[in-house]
Write a protein that binds this ligand. Structure first.
Ligand code: C2E
Ligand code: CA
Ligand code: CA
Length: 763
């Protein structure tokens, strides 16, 4: 039975949006990670080059310092040109600069040391040969491998100053030596060594000194370029990159290149020349994928964040979906259930009945649209709780009596809809159903007879629109006024034409007031004791342009439901007052009190009495000439209002009549509660009373009681002489009815009954 089990459109929209956001996040995260990797790679390269710059600066600074110290030593030797002094000065400076060792290679082939020894070691020839072609300046710094005093192989920085001593005809070389074994241990190399391999290489690619990673990664080869080639994957690209670097280096101070290793890793090589050496280069080799290792924690954190977002989103989506499900169930419950009866409601009926009819096209169905007559009275007299039990019984008893394919729901207040299969049991079932509701009411202490007013529509094979079917059944129900003996009507052409009539009346009522189509007809009220006219009742007649007449029964009930009655009654009151005033001024007729009918609905208007007062004072009529007739009410809240209104109208000097007594659920108590001056006994009640002996007693009691309360009685609808005789015997003094006259146009009435000295007798 439950309608749509899938997602409703709102939840589906939320879920798809959520999914799109999720995919979006996924993509953004992937793109973010890739670009993050790229950024870090670039950043690492930049940082590497930056660190390299710093390292070169530091080395350059050391070279400069070495140059200053070497030059200072050279100056000292130059100004003390004495052999003995040479070794002393060398010692002096070696002591002063404890990281340098000074010695002098003279052109005679001897090398003089700080400890006073002089050795013929060919250093002068070597230096002249190696550096002659480029040793233009006074100082050059070279790196060289050699043995220390302990005979260990070491790598050195050697600062060389050309120094011409007097005793030689060509310059020798003053040298300062400092070891550079721990070069890469300096903190400025920390980053570089951590990330890659550092080495000092000369122009030809000879490796002068390296960090500890070099051998591990690039092997034992003496030549840097050969080692790189060995390490590369041997591709043309890698080879040409290495060759290009090799050819560029003699003319470039710095640069970098990339190639691929035999293990398929991207290798980045950067170089920079060390000042003051002109043939020594700092080389740094690093693997680009090493960057990823650095970036990994960042990427991991990104991934973690993304996962958390994902989980939050999934939880949110789950929550929304679940809330949607709960909300959908609640909406379904609210949309399809009726809280008063515990059954289903109109929405459900529209859906389900349409389904049943469509799936069973061969089955003849009826739609019942019914309400409970005078349910409002039951509500007020027995209370809402008991009234609700009757409503519940309407649904429960239906389910007990009818089959599964038949439905009954409450629409609102006491209005119901049912889908019934039309077969031989239909009549019987309906009787049992009404009986069952009546019994349920009695069981719950409601003695008031339960009567259903039912409109029936027979579903045709080509009917598809359930709303139209319901409307037809409702039109049939509305065609019943509530006073008929059988409260059941089948939808028919007649009902349609009545509806059209109603539409026509509704479209014409407003212009009818403007065109003065509502006319006053008067019917005499007769004193049957003295046989004379005692008053008249104003009754409305709608006379159209073409002269056709519409009787109140054709439009008053409609005006009471559409609210137009308020306008009409006020219009009639004004018209009557205007005419009364004219007659009063003319002095042509002898006036009797004329009563005007005012609908019960008018008393709900809080300004009603004020409006009546205004009309009376506007036309300045004698209030003795005007009476007001209102139908009694059985409803409690209206009764209180009625008492108030009647009292206020009486204060204006008006006489008040209670109309149609005995037509509905009249109670004698009402005469005591509401201070009416006149009691008009309904036509039906009069004709019944004079016909049956037992009713005569009731009528007599009513008349007696009214007299006791000082209320005048008028019996309506008197048509025969016999009725008058009986009523006179019962103590009734005034009557109104066709026996004396029908309602006739006001002017005709005045001419007939109100001319001075007119004496019409029926006796
Ligand atoms: P009502 O107020 O009970 O008026 C008396 C009705 O009984 C009138 O019907 C009258 O023509 C009819 N009648 C009088 N004597 C006899 C008789 O001997 N035999 C029969 N069979 N009928 C008799 P009418 O004029 O058709 O009015 C019907 C109802 O319409 C009135 O009943 C009243 O309730 C309502 N009505 C008429 N004019 C107005 C009006 O201006 N305003 C309001 N609110 N209701 C009006
Ligand atoms: Ca009346
Ligand atoms: Ca009446």
């Amino acid at each position: 039975m439950s309608p749509n089990k899938k997602f409703n459109p709102v939840t589906a929209k939320i879920l798809t949006t959520g999914l799109f956001i999720l995919i979006g996040c996924l993509l953004a995260c992937a793109i973010h990670m890739v670009s993050l990797g790229k950024i870090y790679e670039q950043k690492a390269e930049d940082e590497l080059l930056g660190h390299m710059q710093v390292a070169v600066e530091v080395i350059n600074h050391d070279v400069d310092a070495q140059m200053v110290a070497t030059q200072a030593c050279a100056d000292a030797i130059f100004f003390h040109e004495d052999d003995t002094k040479l070794s002393t000065i060398l010692k002096e400076y070696t002591d002063e600069y404890d990281e340098y060792e000074f010695y002098y290679a003279a052109p005679d082939g001897m090398t003089y040391y700080a400890n006073g020894t002089a050795v013929e070691d060919g250093a002068f020839e070597q230096l002249s040969e190696i550096h002659g072609y480029e040793f233009q300046n006074d100082f050059i710094c070279i790196t060289q491998e050699g043995n220390n005093v302990k005979g260990e192989k070491e790598s050195y920085w050697i600062g060389i100053c050309r120094l011409q001593l007097k005793e030689y005809d060509e310059p020798g070389f003053l040298m300062s030596r400092r070891d550079n074994n721990d070069l890469f241990k300096d903190e400025c190399f920390d980053y570089l060594c951590e990330l890659g391999i550092c080495s000092l290489v000369d122009k030809k690619g000879t490796v002068i000194t390296t960090d500890s990673n070099y051998v591990k990664e690039l092997g034992l080869g003496d030549n840097f370029y050969e080692a790189l080639k060995e390490y590369s994957n041997g591709s043309n690209h890698s080879e040409s990159q290495i060759n290009q670097m090799r050819s560029e280096i003699p003319s470039q101070q710095e640069g970098n290149m990339e190639f691929v290793s035999s293990a398929g890793r991207n290798v980045f090589v950067a170089y920079e020349e060390i000042n003051g050496t002109r043939d020594r280069y700092l080389m740094v080799v690093f693997h680009e994928d090493a960057v990823y290792e650095m970036v990994q924690p960042v990427l991991f954190r990104s991934f973690l964040l993304w996962t958390i977002i994902l989980i939050i989103m999934l939880v949110t989506i789950g929550f929304v979906w679940n809330s949607g499900r709960v909300a959908r169930r609640t909406v379904e419950r609210l949309a399809f259930e009726d809280s008063v009866t515990g059954g289903k409601n109109l929405n459900f009926f529209r859906k389900k009945a349409a389904e049943i009819i469509n799936q069973n096209r061969e089955t003849p169905f009826l739609i019942y649209r019914f309400d409970i007559l005078n349910f409002r009275y039951i509500n007020e007299a027995y209370g809402h709780d008991k009234a609700d039990l009757i409503l519940k019984a309407c649904v429960q008893e239906f389910m007990r009596i009818y089959s599964k394919n038949e439905l009954c729901v409450r629409i609102n207040s006491d209005h119901f809809l049912a889908l019934i299969i039309n077969n031989t049991d239909t009549k019987q079932n309906y009787q049992s159903y009404m009986k069952a509701i009546g019994e349920a009411a009695r069981t719950n202490g409601v003695r008031y007879p339960i009567r259903l007013r039912t409109g029936v529509y027979q579903v045709r094979k080509d009917d598809y629109n359930i709303d139209i079917m319901i409307d037809h059944a409702n039109a049939a129900r509305k065609s019943l006024s509530g006073t008929e003996k059988v409260q059941e009507a089948m939808y028919s052409e007649k009902i349609v034409s009545n509806m059209k009539k109603v539409d026509a009346i509704e479209s014409q009522m407003q212009p009818a007031i403007v065109n003065d189509e509502f006319k006053i007809f008067l019917q005499p009220k007769w004193d049957i004791v003295n046989d004379r006219l005692v008053g008249a009742e104003a009754l409305v007649r709608w006379i159209k342009d073409d002269g056709s007449m519409i009787y109140p029964s054709d439009f008053i009930p409609l005006f009471e439901t559409n609210g137009f009655i308020e306008k009409l009654d006020f219009h009639m009151l004004e018209k009557l007052c205007k005419r009364i005033r004219e007659i009063e001024l003319e002095d042509k007729y002898v006036l009797v009190p004329i009563s005007v009918n005012q609908s019960r609905i008018l008393i709900n208007n809080p300004d009603y009495v004020k409006n009546v007062e205004k009309v009376i004072s506007r036309f300045n009529i004698d209030v003795e000439h005007l009476q007001i007739e209102i139908t009694e009410t059985v409803f409690f809240d209206e009764k209180n209002k009625m008492i108030e209104v009647v009292n206020q109208l009486k204060k204006l000097g008006l006489s008040l009549a209670m109309d149609d007594f005995g037509s509905g659920y009249s109670s004698l108590n009402i005469l005591r509660d509401i201070p009416f001056d006149v009691l008009k006994i309904d036509r039906e009640f009069v004709s019944e009373s004079v016909a049956s002996k037992s009713s005569i007693v009731i009528m007599q009691k009513i008349i007696e009681m009214a007299k006791g309360l000082n209320i005048k009685v008028i019996c309506e609808g008197v048509e025969t002489k016999e009725q008058i005789i009986t009523l006179r015997e019962l103590g009734c003094t005034m009557v109104q009815g066709y026996y004396y006259d029908k309602p006739i146009p006001m002017d005709e009435f005045l001419d007939k009954y109100c001319r001075p000295k007119t004496n019409i007798s029926k006796r």
